[in-house]
Design a protein. Structure first.
Length: 115
């Protein structure tokens, strides 16, 4: 397992742990579902890239991971700004997904340059 795979897995796990603490309600359940989906999709797409049949396929999965990371940033911000979580809880997650996004972006640029 690569460092990026480990980080994305830990990020998804930390997100799940945070979301377990949020009280259930109509609005919070929608936000929680969206955030769970996008945050776990990042690592799943990174893992799937390894099984890609070509470099183009690999890049495509990284693109999907990057899109999910960007969506995750949105849901984390919304969760915090709507008052469902404290900044102390979401800030480390925001920082980590920002770093993961940068790694994905740089990797995509590098891989496209090699095609």
């Amino acid at each position: 397992m690569t460092d990026l795979e480990k980080r994305s897995y830990k990020f998804a796990l930390d997100t799940v742990k945070l979301l377990r603490l949020i009280q259930s309600g109509l609005v919070s359940s929608v936000l929680v579902r969206q955030l769970i989906r996008s945050s776990t999709s990042v690592g799943a797409n990174i893992a799937e890239a390894k099984a890609g049949s070509s470099k183009k396929d690999f890049i495509n999965f990284y693109h999907h991971a990057l899109k999910s990371a960007n969506e995750t940033k949105y849901w984390l911000s919304l969760l915090h700004d709507a008052g469902f979580s404290k900044q102390d809880d979401t800030e480390p997650l925001q920082d980590e997904i920002d770093q993961i996004s940068k790694i994905l972006g740089r990797s995509i640029i590098t891989m496209k340059g090699r095609l």
